[in-house]
Design a protein around this ligand. Structure first.
Ligand code: PEP
Ligand code: MG
Length: 557
C-alpha cells in the first residue's frame, strides 16, 4: 500500500479504480508565418468558437450546479474579451510573426505568471483560468479535444490539474472522486467539486505515476489521504468511515438548498462556526447560509509573533470572498483564560477567566485592537463582513469600541483605502451583565450573538475548564434559557436580530424552544447544520410556542 498525502477540499470517502487524465492537447508547435492577416483571422474564428462553447458551458453548469457556480464561465467569457489579452496575442502574430497557437500559448504563460506572482491568493488562482481559456482556443486551433473519461464504469479521476471547464464537462455519473497534484482550495474547480459534493483532494503529489493508472485506491476527502492498493485493515476502516459519511450525505442531498423554515413558515438563519479559513469547505458542503462565528484568535494562536495587518487582511478578505456575498461574522481577538499566547506577555492572573481577557485586552492595548480592526474594515470592501466583540459587560465598553471603530474608519478614509462604512457591528452576549442590560446594549449595536459557553460558566459559576465541576453544570439550566429568551425579546423590541453561537445552539433538544423564542440565527459546527435544518422543517412553532414558553416561565407548575 502507498499512502499519498494531499489537502482535502471536499469531504467524502471514495473507493475505486484510478484513471489518470492526460490532456489530449498536443504540444504547441511554434512556427514562423508570413500571412499575418490570415493568422489573425484564424485566431478571431477560434476565439468566437471558444466564446460560443463558454456560453453553452455556462448554461450546462447553471442547470447542474446553479447560477453562482456557473459564473466562472461568464468570467472566462469576459477574460476572452480582455483587450490586453487579445492585443498581446495579436502583437505576437503581427510583430513576432508567430502562428496563432504559439501566440496564444506565449500570452497565456505571461498572463499566468503575472497572476501567480500577485500577493492576493484569489488573483493567484486566476492563473489557472487564463490557462484554461487559452487551452480552449489552442484546442480549437489544433482541432484537438479536451481530456475525457475512457472507462465505462465510474472511476476516481487523477490529473495534474483540472480546469473548471474540464470539471464541468466530465460525465459526473462516472466520477467517484477527484485527485489532483496541483490546484488550490480557492480555485473554482475545488468550489465546483464541493458544490457537486464529490470527494476531492488537491496537492496529491505523486498520484500521476503511470504505474498507478487503473489500480484500486481509496480517497479520503476529509483528511486528504489517498491509499493506493490499500491493505485489508485500511479497507475495513475506510468502509466504516464511508458508511457514516454516506448517511450524512443522504441528508445533505435531501436538504441542500432547502430554506430552513418551520411548517408554519417561521424562518431562521443557519450559520457555521469556524476557526480558520481552512474550515470553509465544510461550510459549503453543509449548506451554511453564512459564518456566524469566525474565532479570529486562532490566527494569533497559530503564530509565534503578532500577525500583521496585511496578514490578517488577506485571511479576512479570503473568508469574505469565499463566502460569495453571504454574511461572515468575524469575532475580534478573544484570548486570555484558556487561550494564552506567550508573545502577548500578559501578567499572570490568579483567575484568568475573570481577568483581563478578550475585549478587555483590546481596550487596554488599543494598538493590537486597531491593527485587527483596520484589517477587518479593509476586508469589508470584498464581501459581507460583520464584526463581533466578545466578553461585553457594559454600554460604556461598547461606546468605547464604536469610537475606536470610527477612528479606524477615519484613518482609512484619509488614506484613500476602501471599506464598507455600513459594516454591521454586533456583540456577544456571554456575561450575565450583558444579558441583563441587553435592552440598553441593543440600542448601540446591529445584532447580538449569545455565547452560551461563557454565559453558562459565568451564570452558574462553573469553570468551563474544570472537569471536576462539570457535574454542577446544567447546560439547560432555566437561568440560561430565560436569559436567552430575555436577550431575544430585548433585541426584537429594539429592531435588531439575535442569534446563538455557543455550543447550546447545536443541542437539538432545544431547537423547538429556540424557535418558540424567535431566535433569528443559530450558528453551529458545519456538520450539525443539516440535522438541525431537518428539525426546523419538522416543527410547527405555533402549536408549541405557548406550552414551551409557559414552561420556561414556570407558569404550568
Ligand atoms: C461562547 O462563549 O459561547 C463562545 C461561542 O465563545 P468561545 O467558546 O470561543 O469562548
Ligand atoms: Mg466565549
Amino acid at each position: 500500500m502507498v499512502t499519498i498525502h494531499g489537502q482535502g477540499v471536499c469531504g467524502g470517502i471514495a473507493f475505486g479504480k484510478l484513471e489518470l487524465l492526460k490532456k489530449s492537447v498536443k504540444l504547441v508547435q511554434k512556427s514562423h508565418i508570413e500571412d499575418t492577416k490570415r493568422e489573425i483571422q484564424r485566431f478571431e474564428q477560434a476565439k468566437e468558437k471558444a466564446s460560443q462553447q463558454l456560453r453553452e458551458l455556462y448554461e450546462k453548469a447553471k442547470a447542474e450546479v446553479g447560477e453562482e457556480n456557473a459564473m466562472i464561465f461568464d468570467i472566462h467569457s469576459m477574460m476572452l474579451e480582455d483587450e490586453d489579452y487579445i492585443s498581446s496575442i495579436k502583437s505576437g502574430i503581427t510583430a513576432q510573426r508567430l502562428n496563432a497557437e504559439s501566440a496564444v500559448a506565449m500570452t497565456a504563460d505571461n498572463f499566468a505568471h503575472m497572476f501567480a506572482s500577485m500577493d492576493d491568493s484569489y488573483m493567484q488562482a486566476r492563473a489557472g483560468d487564463v490557462r484554461d481559456i487559452s487551452e480552449r482556443i489552442i484546442s480549437i486551433l489544433a482541432n484537438a479535444s479536451m481530456a475525457g473519461i475512457s472507462s465505462d464504469s465510474p472511476v476516481i479521476i487523477g490529473a495534474r490539474d483540472l480546469a473548471p471547464s474540464e470539471t464541468v464537462q466530465l460525465d459526473k455519473s462516472k466520477i467517484l472522486a477527484f485527485v489532483t497534484e496541483e490546484g488550490s482550495s480557492n480555485s473554482h474547480t475545488s468550489i465546483l467539486a464541493r458544490t457537486m459534493n464529490i470527494p476531492a483532494v488537491i496537492g496529491a503529489v505523486g498520484i500521476m505515476e503511470d504505474i498507478f493508472n487503473g489500480t484500486d485506491i481509496i480517497v479520503d476527502g476529509f483528511t486528504g489521504e489517498i491509499y493506493v492498493n490499500p491493505d485489508m485493515h485500511t479497507v475495513l476502516k475506510m468502509q466504516q468511515k464511508k458508511q457514516q459519511s454516506d448517511e450524512q450525505n443522504k441528508l445533505l442531498r435531501k436538504l441542500r438548498g432547502v430554506e430552513p423554515k418551520t411548517k408554519d413558515g417561521q424562518k431562521i438563519l443557519l450559520y457555521a462556526n469556524i476557526g480558520s479559513i481552512e474550515d470553509m469547505p465544510s461550510v459549503y458542503a453543509n449548506d451554511a447560509m453564512g459564518i456566524g462565528l469566525f474565532r479570529s484568535e486562532f490566527i494569533y494562536l497559530e503564530r509565534k509573533s503578532f500577525p500583521t495587518e496585511d496578514e490578517q487582511f488577506e485571511i479576512y478578505k479570503s473568508a469574505a470572498q469565499k463566502a460569495i456575498g453571504k454574511r461572515v461574522i468575524i469575532r475580534t481577538l478573544d484570548i486570555g483564560a484558556d487561550k494564552q499566547i506567550d508573545y502577548f506577555q500578559m501578567p499572570k492572573e490568579e483567575n484568568p477567566a475573570m481577568g483581563v481577557r478578550a475585549i478587555r485586552i483590546c481596550l487596554s492595548r488599543p494598538n493590537i485592537f486597531k491593527t485587527q480592526l483596520r484589517a477587518l474594515y479593509r476586508a469589508s470592501a470584498f464581501g459581507n463582513i460583520a464584526i463581533m466583540f466578545p466578553m461585553i459587560t457594559s454600554v460604556k465598553e461598547v461606546k468605547q469600541i464604536k469610537e475606536i471603530c470610527s477612528e479606524v474608519q477615519n484613518e482609512l478614509k484619509s488614506e484613500g483605502i476602501h471599506f464598507n462604512p455600513d459594516t454591521e457591528l454586533g456583540i456577544m452576549i456571554e456575561t450575565p451583565a450583558a444579558a441583563i442590560i441587553s435592552d440598553m446594549l441593543a440600542k448601540e449595536v446591529d445584532f447580538f450573538s449569545i455565547g452560551t459557553n461563557d454565559l453558562t460558566q459565568y451564570t452558574l459559576a462553573v469553570d468551563r475548564q474544570n472537569p471536576l465541576a462539570e457535574a454542577f453544570c446544567d447546560i439547560k439550566h432555566p437561568a440560561i434559557l430565560r436569559m436567552i429568551h430575555t436577550v431575544a425579546e430585548n433585541a426584537h423590541k429594539n429592531g435588531i436580530w439575535a442569534g446563538i453561537c455557543g455550543e447550546l445552539a447545536g443541542d437539538m433538544s432545544l431547537t423547538e424552544l429556540f424557535l418558540a423564542m424567535g431566535i433569528d440565527e443559530l450558528s453551529v459546527s458545519p456538520g450539525l447544520i443539516l440535522p438541525i435544518k431537518q428539525k426546523i422543517l419538522d416543527t410547527n412553532v405555533s402549536e408549541i410556542r405557548d406550552k414551551l414558553l409557559n414552561k420556561l416561565l414556570n407558569k404550568l407548575e
